[in-house]
Every structure is written in C-alpha cells, then in structure tokens.
Design a protein around this ligand. Structure first.
Ligand code: KIV
Ligand code: NA
Length: 265
C-alpha cells in the first residue's frame, strides 16, 4: 500500500475519487480504521464530546489533543492523520497558533492540523503553512464558536452568509490550506464551493458534491443512540450491541458460568 499524503488528496480530487475520513481518538480504533482503508483519520476536538463527555468542544486542551493524537499515530500505517487545534490554542494571534501547530507536529508525529474559521484565521494559516505544516480549514458550522450562534442548526442558508462562505473558502485556499471541511451547509452551496476550489472539500452534513466525507466514528458506529441528525448514516448499532455483550458477561459472572474449566489455569 501507499501512504496517503496531502498530495494524494489533491490527486484524488483531480481524478474524481472521493476521499473517506473518520474521526479517531485512540490506538486500538486507529488500527481498525486504518486497516479497513479509511484515507484520513481526524483527531477531532469532538474528543471533548465523545471521549470526555463535555457538552461542547471548548474545554479540551492542547495537551489532551496531543495525547489523543499520539495514540492515533501509533495505530496508523496508511492514513493521513490530521489533528484539530483546540479552542484557545490559536485564536489569540498567529504566533500562538504557530507554536500550537508546532507542538502537535513535534510531539505526535501527525501529518497535518485543522482549525476553524475564515478571514479571522487567514494570517495564522499563512504562518503555519509557512513553517511547512499542512493546514486544513473548516467552514460552516464551527462548533468552537457555538455560543456565538446559539444552535447546531444548518449554516449559510441565506445569500449573504453563503456569499461570505464562498469568499472565505477562496481565502483559505489562497492562504495555503490543502483541504477544507464543510460542516452542515446546504448541498448546493457545498457543490459551488467544491467546484470553485482546486483543493478538496470534505463534507459533514454538506451533501454529495463534496470531494470527500467525514463522520464522527462514534456516530457512524451507533455508539450514542440519542444523536440522529439527518446527515448521519449509521453502519453499526454498537449502542445496543455493547450493552447486550456486557449483560451477557454480567449474567455469566453472576451464574458462575464464567470462567469455566477451559478458561482457568
Ligand atoms: O472534531 C470533529 O469531529 C470535526 C469533524 C466533525 C469535522 O471537526
Ligand atoms: Na473539530
């Protein structure tokens, strides 16, 4: 096999081959997802939700993201590993953004970083790209600014916000991003962005015209049975299968069926 690089993603867009991405936060799952052939593993700050149990992505720290990224990199052979810069690690100024990105690259062995936002992060992106670090952008629903919007609803439904997103996508490409996540925007707008850009777009709740797709691993594996937005396709029902297995184990322990002679020394 060939290791995926940011260059491979560009080629995939040119050859109209869709890019597959899933989030990942630990070694064991990285081994499984990578061996199943997913192109990119995103160490998302959604770890704040699905790993740590926080309501939002805001509390997770750079040190915690670095820990998750180290674990994922150890379990990855082929996929491109991209790590989110968490809230507070890049917004203050471009020097701080660069030093956070450098820490991720130096301490984890990951291949790229991702950060949220448009015009306001362009200087930071230029600085990070200038240091030789591949950067992925993220527009549309940007969970780190959830309190500015107040909801996780679809973004850029109105023309002014849609035009702003189109312009910012262009700015991010010019700043040197190798790719762009589009989260929860109308499919038609995502199509326009994808056609307008040379770099690949990776959609989540952004329709089928994006150059790739990303889902949160826990969501697509059905671990949280409560969360069912329209964009989510469930490939497994672990939220039922895991409790079933655990119930069977508990029952076997209670009944002294486990361990049996063959399971003893
Ligand atoms: O943190 C995350 O999981 C993400 C994806 C939803 C794109 O940023
Ligand atoms: Na994220």
């Amino acid at each position: 096999f060939k290791k995926i690089t940011t260059h491979s993603l560009l080629q995939m867009k040119q050859q109209n081959e869709r890019i597959s991405m899933l989030t990942c936060y630990d070694y064991s799952m990285a081994l499984l997802l990578d061996s199943a052939g997913v192109d990119c593993l995103l160490v998302g700050d959604s770890a704040s939700n699905v790993m740590a149990g926080h309501e939002t992505t805001l509390p997770i720290t750079l040190d915690q993201m670095i820990y998750h990224a180290q674990c994922v990199v150890r379990g990855t052979n082929r996929a491109l590993v991209i790590v989110d810069l968490p809230f507070g690690s890049y917004q203050s100024n471009s020097e701080i953004a660069l030093s956070s990105a450098i820490r991720i690259m130096k301490e984890t062995g990951a291949h790229a970083i991702k950060l949220e936002g448009g015009l306001e992060v362009v200087d930071s992106i230029k600085k990070i790209v200038g240091a030789g670090i591949p950067v992925m952008g993220h527009l549309g629903l940007t969970p780190q600014s959830i309190y500015q919007f107040g909801s996780y609803g679809v973004r850029a439904k109105e023309a002014d916000e849609a035009n702003k997103l189109l312009a910012e996508a262009q700015l991010l490409q010019e700043a040197g991003c190798f790719g762009l996540v589009l989260e929860k925007i109308p499919a038609e707008l995502a199509k326009q962005v994808s056609e307008q850009l040379r770099i690949p777009t990776i959609g989540i709740g952004a329709g089928n015209a994006c150059d790739g797709q990303v889902l949160v691993m826990h969501d697509m594996l059905g671990i949280n049975t409560e969360f069912k937005p329209r964009f989510l396709r469930r490939y497994l029902n672990l939220g039922e299968l895991i409790p079933q297995a655990v119930k069977a184990y508990v029952a076997d322990v209670k009944s002294q069926d486990f361990p049996n002679a063959g399971e003893s020394y």
